[in-house]
Each structure stands twice: as C-alpha cells, then as structure tokens.
Design a protein around this ligand. Structure first.
Ligand code: NAP
Length: 245
C-alpha cells in the first residue's frame, strides 16, 4: 500500500505548497477546496509532480457532512491515511464590540468544527496507516496561527479558532500518540499568500514568511518516526518581537 494524504485547502497558498511536496514524494492524494475547476487543474499539476493518484473532492469546509463524505472518499480509494493536513481556513477580522454572529459561526465552522469532524472521520484510516507502518506512524498537521498563540486586537474569533486547534492537537496527542498517531499545530505569523494580501499596505509581501518555509516544516514533521511528538511549531516573521503575527 502506498502512502496517502488528505489535504484541505489544497488549491492555493500553503495547502498547494504542501500537496505539491507530498506529490513529489509519491504520496497518493485527496485534495479539496470549494472551486472545483481550479482544483481539477491543480490535480493535473500534482499528477505531473509525481502523485500516483489524486482524488479530487470539491466542497465547502463549512459543511460537516461534506467532511464525512471526504474521509469516506479517501478511505474508499486508499484504505488508509498516512497524513491528514487540516489546512483550509478563513481569515476574518473585526472588533469584539460589533463582530457579526453570522461571521462568528462561519469562521468557527470552517476553522474548527468541520476540521474536528474530518479528524473524527479520519481516525480509523489513520489507525490503518499505523498498522501498515508502525515505525512511521500516522500524522495530523493543523494550520493554526500566531494569533492562536498570542492574542491580537481585531482577531478575536479567528484567533480563538486557531487557539482551539492547538488544544485539540495536544489532546489528540494525549489520546493517540501512544497508538502511533501524532499531531502538530503549525502556528505562523503572516505568510505570503492571498489570505494575507489585505495587509500589504502595512506589511509588505517581501517581509512575510514564505510558503516554502512552512512546507519545509511540515515535510520535516511528516518524516519523524512515531516515537517523537511535536505538538506545536511557532514560526515567527523576521523583524517581529515573536509575540505578533
Ligand atoms: P489561501 O491562500 O487563501 O488558501 C486557502 C485555501 O483554502 C484555498 O485552497 C481555498 O480554496 C481553501 N478554502 C478556503 N475556504 C474554504 C472553505 N470554506 N471550504 C473549503 N476550502 C476552503 O490561504 P493560506 O494563507 O494558504 O492559509 C492556509 C491556512 O494557513 C489557513 O488555515 C490559515 O488560517 C493559516 N494561516 C495563514 C497565514 C497567512 O498569513 N497566510 C498565517 C497563519 C496561518 P477555495 O477558495 O476554492 O475554497
């Protein structure tokens, strides 16, 4: 059985970087994002980069039922999951005083609730990967954020979802790392992608963390044996105090 990974938000930015690296290493992939057309083009590129197989499943990570179908699609195709990359996320800013509750619900759904559902639905497949390779184990990587580690004005809801992801990752390690499944929350400051473009008038893209740097971190984490657990990696942006994004 060849290794396989499921990557959410794989059509651009950090998710695309991770999927491309895994493709080059021969992972079979399941990729997801909302824009089906873009995802099909990305899948072609991933096959060309070396992925033996790419399952394309377009859908909205605000929808829990989609997450269940997504894990099932991966399971039907690969029978196991060596790596689950919980990357898709929505960035929202706004002061607590007048933050709209509809936006609160959407942010929590995409960044926290559906990733949790996907994790639950993927656990049997992650266990199957451990059985196939007990020494390597199975891995979960969750894209958290600096704002989940240190609070920042205007980012209460986004930061809360990212802090909660760190907590879930730590709990997963408490529950499952002894069984071969270990997880890491990667918490970067601003990374140069479409998501951070809104702040270019204050923070230049050249000063932001490179997608490739996050890919290197994730690649290293995935290469660890099942004996080591790194719950959290904080990646600071050069020129900052280390306490802000
Ligand atoms: P990005 O370039 O905007 O890409 C986001 C990806 O997620 C796209 O593939 C997008 O495709 C997909 N996506 C967004 N909303 C979705 C939804 N509701 N359902 C399904 N897919 C969805 O973002 P990025 O900067 O790479 O961010 C990736 C992760 O890193 C996020 O969790 C983000 O919070 C975190 N992060 C980013 C930064 C940063 O500064 N960029 C810093 C720290 C942490 P579609 O639009 O087609 O759905």
């Amino acid at each position: 059985m060849s290794r396989s990974a499921l990557v959410t938000g794989a059509s651009k930015g950090i998710g695309l970087g991770i999927a491309t690296r895994l493709a080059a290493q021969g992972y079979g992939l399941t990729v997801t994002a909302r824009d089906a057309e873009r995802l099909e083009m990305v899948a072609e590129d991933l096959r060309a980069a070396g992925a033996p197989d790419v399952v394309v499943a377009a859908g909205d990570m605000a929808d829990e039922e989609f997450a269940v179908r997504l894990a099932a699609a991966h399971g039907e195709h690969y029978g196991a999951m060596r790596a689950l990359i919980l990357n898709a996320g929505v960035g929202t800013s706004g002061a607590i005083a007048d933050f709209p509750m509809r936006r609160f619900d959407k942010t929590v759904a995409v960044n926290l609730r559906t990733p949790f559902t996907l994790l639950q639905a993927s656990l049997p497949l992650l266990h199957a990967a451990v059985k196939a390779d007990p020494a390597g184990g199975a891995k979960v990587i969750a894209l958290s954020s600096m704002t989940g580690v240190f609070a920042e004005g205007g980012l209460a809801v986004y930061g809360a979802t990212k802090a909660a992801l760190i907590s879930i990752v730590e709990t997963l390690n408490a529950e499952e790392s002894g069984n071969g499944i270990s997880a890491t929350a990667v918490a970067p400051g601003y990374v140069d992608t479409d998501m951070s473009a809104w702040t270019h008038d204050v923070i230049s893209p050249e000063s932001m963390i490179k997608v490739d740097d996050i890919v290197e971190v994730v690649d290293g984490l995935l290469r660890l044996s099942a004996r080591s657990v790194i719950s959290k990696v904080v990646v600071n942006r050069a020129g900052t105090s280390g306490y802000s994004a």
